[in-house]
Design a protein around this ligand. Structure first.
Ligand SMILES: C[S@@+](CC[C@H](N)C(=O)[O-])C[C@H]1O[C@@H](n2cnc3c(N)ncnc32)[C@H](O)[C@@H]1O
Length: 404
């Protein structure tokens, strides 16, 4: 075995978001993308706070790296070494599963290897149950339901890394049930303001903090709506402060946070006030800003160019005024992750806010002119920090800004 202090992540549907989140929380130096959907982090798995990650679906430790991507070599290694590795597991029946990423192999071949492994582990006197592979990978629900993340479970992760294969073991997977409760069971929801998925709120918060202040940050959300950012920041143990123009939304936030405190039994420092983000003077009790701004009218289909233009201008003005206002109240170096709308005008093609165009003689409202630098990520391009589904008109673009 080698690389025991390396953590392996399988990233979510939009891998760039998961990578940026890891880079923000753990720094760029120890992080390395592996193919499109995985990443290695040079950090002991015990030091990773997996629960606060919104962009990684599985997390495990690296058992070894094989200098081959040939399935026969992988089979040979696993049949030779797995029974030995299984000796270290607690007594009792073992449940075994396998997920393969980016290697040329069929689910049937994975299944056949699983049966071979099952037989050879059985020879050592231990009974084994194999979780069948209908696909190349097991989904998080299969991992959870089969207890593959528990003491007597073992999900092997086989991930292609160029001409090598990383062999890892899953330690945790995203807790789908908890996300569903945090999303669906909150007492106050509002379809009109659009519900921010808790996973995306986590990513926004994680992008608003750096590896130095991730456990002490005090988060402000100046467009708090129903309070998802406050909820998720609180669950991370951070103190939170939300404001919103709409008095009803502030009430919703209060009710929802009281529910988190009572029902989820998690208490944290929080405060919610009514305030217009373009003019409000905030209490200086925060040191980072994480929010989803006003997104404009919710479109289910692309509107005509005039309506779109009008919406883009209206939202651009509000966000520009907000950035000016808050910029005058925070110190240089303050970090923010601001989710703003981008409109999908053709599949995969977006209309961005005018203030995101580069500085020029004609764009005096650019981010630079407003007093911000956009954070450059080493492993991700800023343009890829977009959250959307194929059929959605309004995407969220995540701006990670540092006050100059
Ligand atoms: C997209 S929603 C945010 C939803 C929020 N993330 C949640 O968890 O429910 C945008 C929010 O911005 C608020 N808003 C719009 N214009 C505002 C302004 N000028 N100042 C403060 N809040 C504003 C709206 O009332 C709405 O609640």
């Amino acid at each position: 075995m080698q690389n025991v202090s390396t953590s392996l992540f399988i990233l979510g549907r939009q891998p760039a978001l998961g990578l940026a989140e890891l880079e923000s929380l753990y720094g760029a130096a120890g992080l390395r993308p592996v193919g499109r959907e995985a990443a290695l982090l040079d950090t002991d798995p015990a030091a990773v706070d997996f629960d606060r990650l919104g962009g990684a679906i599985k997390f495990g430790r690296v058992l070894t790296t094989l200098p081959s991507v040939d399935w026969r070599d992988i089979e040979k290694y696993l049949t030779g070494s797995l029974p030995k590795l299984a000796e270290d597991l607690p007594e009792g029946k073992l449940t075994l599963g396998m997920s393969v990423y980016n290697l040329r192999v069929s689910p049937a071949a994975i299944q056949a290897l699983g049966l071979t492994l099952k037989k050879s582990i059985r020879k050592s006197g231990r009974s084994v149950r194999l979780v069948p592979n209908k696909e190349l990978e097991l989904n998080t629900a299969q991992v959870l339901h089969n207890n593959l993340d528990r003491d007597n479970g073992w999900e092997l992760l086989l991930v292609r890394d160029g001409s090598q294969t990383i062999i890892g073991q899953t330690l945790r997977v995203q807790d789908i049930e908890s996300y569903t409760i945090r999303d669906r069971e909150r007492p106050k929801r509002d379809a009109r303001v659009g519900m921010l998925p808790p996973k995306l709120a986590q990513i926004i918060i994680n992008l608003a903090v750096s590896d130095q202040d991730k456990s002490q940050a005090a988060i402000l959300d100046p467009f708090c709506g129903t309070g998802v950012v406050l909820q998720e920041a609180g669950l991370m143990g951070l103190s939170t402060y939300g404001t919103d123009l709409d008095e009803r939304m502030v009430r919703y936030t209060r009710d929802n946070i009281n529910w988190v405190n009572d029902y989820l039994r998690v208490s944290f420092q929080w405060k919610a006030d009514v305030g217009d983000a373009t003019t409000f003077v905030w209490d200086p009790i925060f040191n980072a800003v994480a929010c989803e701004t006003y997104l404009g009218r919710p479109f289910t289909a692309l509107p005509n160019p005039e309506v779109l233009h009008q919406t883009v201008s209206e939202v651009n003005l509000i966000i520009k005024k907000f950035l000016k206002n808050i910029g005058s109240q925070v110190s240089s170096g303050t970090r923010m992750c601001v989710a703003v709308p981008a409109w999908q005008v053709r599949p995969g093609q977006f209309k961005h806010l005018p203030l995101l165009a580069g500085p020029s003689a004609t764009n005096l409202d650019s981010l630079g002119e407003l007093g911000y630098n956009r954070t450059i990520f080493e492993h991700v391009s800023s343009r890829d920090l977009l959250y959307y589904r194929a059929d959605q008109v309004v995407a969220r673009e995540l701006l990670v800004l540092i006050k100059k």
